[in-house]
Design a protein around this ligand. Sequence first.
Ligand code: PBG
Length: 324
Amino acid sequence: MNFPVTRLRRLRKNPVLRNMVSETLVTTNDLIMPLFVCEGTKKNSPIHSMPGISQLSIDMLVEECIELYDLGVNAIILFGVPDHKDDTGMIAAEHDAIIPKAIRAIKKAIPGMYVIADVCNCEYTTHGHCGVILDNDVDNDLTFSSLVAQSITFAQSGVDMIAPSDMMDGRVMKIREALDENGYTMLPIMAYSAKYASAFYGPFRDAADSAPKFGDRNSYQMNPANSNEAMREIELDIYEGADIVMVKPALSYLDIIRRAKDTFNMPIAAYNVSGEYAMVKAAAQNGWIDEPRMIKEILTSIKRAGSDIILTYHAKEFAKLLKS
Ligand code: PBG
C-alpha cells in the first residue's frame, strides 16, 4: 500500500542488520537431548532408523554426557532399555533398575548436568503398552502405582525433573501428591500433555524396544485431528500441578504449540520426535537436502511457534554447528 515508501527488503540487505531484527534465536539453553540407556558395559548399539543415535550402557552414557556438557547441552532426558520386562512396569522402579542407576552415575560424574527422567511403562512392559492391561485395554487407574513408584525411585536417585509420557488421566496429580508426601516438593514435573498417537514415533520404538505387541495407543494418546482437546489436556495438567507442559510431536503440531502459548501463561516444551529426526537423516544421507541449514530451520520454527524448550535428537549436532 505504501510502496515505494515502504520496502521490507531494506532490512534484509545487510547481514548485521538482518541479525539485529531477527525475532527468534535458538541456543543450547533451549535444548534437551534424549538418550537411550541399556544394561552392560562398553555398549554402543547404533539405532538403525536413527543415524547418529545409539543405545548406550551407563559407562558410555556418562562419556556422552561429558561431551554434551562441554558443548553446552546441559539437559538430557533418559529412556531405559532394560534386559528384563514385566506386566506392569513396576520393574523400572527398583532401586537398581536401569534409570535409577543411570541417574546416579551421571549426577556423580557431572553434578551440573540437568537430568530428566521420562516416566512411562512401555519400555518396561512385556506387552509394550504404556500402562497395566485389563480386558485388552490399558486401565487408567491401575497404571498409577507404577508411575508413582518410578517417580519416587527416580527422585531418590537424584533426578532433577520428572516427565510422565503415558497419557493416563490424572497421573500428574497422583505423581505430584506422591512426590510432595515424600518430601520432593521442589522437584518439577514436565508433563507430556498434548501427546498425539503419531506415526512419527516409529524409530523411537526401535530404539526403546517399546512397540505395542498388540493393538495401538489410540485409546490413550490423542487423535491428530484434535486441537480443542489438546487445550483441555494442557489445562488439566496445569490444574494437576504440571510445571511445564509439552506438545508432541512438534513439526506437524506447530499450530498446537502456538495455541498453547497464546492460551496459557506457562513454559511450553515441544518434542521434535524420532520420525522427524529420521526423515532429515534419510534425506541427508541421500544428499537431497542441506542438513545443517535444515536442522537450524526446524529448531527455529519450533521455537518461533511458541516453544520455550525443545527436546531434540539434533541437540548435540546443533551445539556443534553453533560452535563452528
Ligand atoms: C513413551 C514415549 C514415546 C516417545 C517418548 N516417550 C513413544 C510412544 O509413545 O510410543 C516418543 C519419542 C520419539 O518418537 O522420539 N511413552
